[in-house]
Design a protein. Structure first.
Length: 278
């Protein structure tokens, strides 16, 4: 273990651009993001932590520096605020040591659509989609130019299931999945790995923040298990990782069914069923 750490250190010092990239994690103050930060620190990556709660990030950073000997920077930012988001975008654009972006920050919202305020749903979309998109857009050209690196986008199985009744949240996560799949097709050939991670119910503060008690829910995954599984998918370079799904063949079948429809969209005329009235 000592030897591995020393080699990591030497590589980092001699070739800081590519040897062992820094990882920028959003939503790193707690939950899935904090767990990603810990796992990447254990692997010897320097970190940039982003969230609003500076004190929590400082405590995590101190522990990770001490336990793993990595460098940890903190950016305090509310990613729904354009000027604060711009600071993180600039860091991703300009800091060539950052080779991995974990686009994890996100939140949920309780209530049905007509109960949720227009401002609240707009804020949800700003964090879960606009911020995630802007950060991916900030780093992607640099990674593509370097021909390496990774973007991890944390979506949700809710993005596959309007039936779950979290409509706006699910819509943001459907965006995350589509964006990730599209970016994987665009950036994969340029050497940049893009992964969508789709957790289901995981024990974090997100439930409490949305006004729910996670202890009343069943089949709750522990956050350590979720992130460890997501990292197995990361190491395998899976485009889409769904840790709770037992049969990967079901996902493959869904993708095959979707792809089988693609040639059928190319038609000059509306389908026969729309050419008769009534
Ligand atoms: N837990 C689940 O059951 C579950 C299931 C599927 C998907 N997910 C997804 O997993 C991701 C992480 O969620 P989690 O469960 O770990 O939730 P969490 O415990 O509530 O953590 C959310 C993180 O995002 C940060 N954050 C929230 N609002 C922010 C803002 N405006 N600007 C910057 N950072 C902000 C929070 O830190 P601060 O408060 O310090 O800013 C925190 O670090 C989210 O994208 C979520 O949608 C979670």
């Amino acid at each position: 273990m000592m030897i591995v750490m020393n080699i990591s250190w030497i590589e980092r010092e001699s070739n800081p651009m590519t040897a062992i990239p820094s990882v920028l994690v959003t939503g790193a103050s707690t939950g899935i993001g904090a767990t990603y930060a810990e796992r990447f620190a254990r692997r010897g990556h320097d970190l940039v932590l982003v969230a609003r709660d500076k004190a929590r990030m400082e405590a995590l950073a101190a522990r990770l520096r001490q336990e793993n000997g990595v460098a940890v920077d903190i950016i305090q930012a509310d990613l729904t605020k354009a000027d604060e988001l711009a600071t993180v975008e600039a860091r991703l654009r300009d800091d060539a040591r950052i080779g991995i972006l974990v686009n994890n920050a996100g939140t949920a919202l309780g209530g049905s659509f007509i109960e949720q305020s227009t401002d609240d749903v707009a804020r949800l979309v700003a964090l879960n989609t606009t911020a995630l998109l802007r950060l991916a857009s900030a780093i992607a050209p640099r990674l593509a130019k370097a021909g390496e690196g990774a973007i991890v986008n944390v979506g949700s199985v809710v993005g596959l299931a309007p039936e779950f009744g979290m409509t706006v949240y699910g819509a943001t996560k459907a965006f995350v999945l589509f964006l990730s799949q599209g970016l994987s097709l665009e950036l994969g050939p340029k050497g940049v790995y893009v992964q969508a991670v789709l957790p289901a119910t995981t024990r974090t503060e997100i439930w409490q923040r949305a006004g729910a008690d996670v202890n009343t829910l069943s089949n709750v995954m522990e956050v350590d298990d979720l992130v460890d599984a997501a990292l197995v998918g990361f190491d395998r370079r899976e485009p889409v990782t769904i840790p709770p799904l037992p049969d990967a063949g079901q996902w493959d079948a869904l993708q095959a069914a979707r792809q089988a429809m693609l040639p059928n969209y190319r038609n000059e005329h509306p389908a026969e069923r729309y050419r008769t009235i009534g």
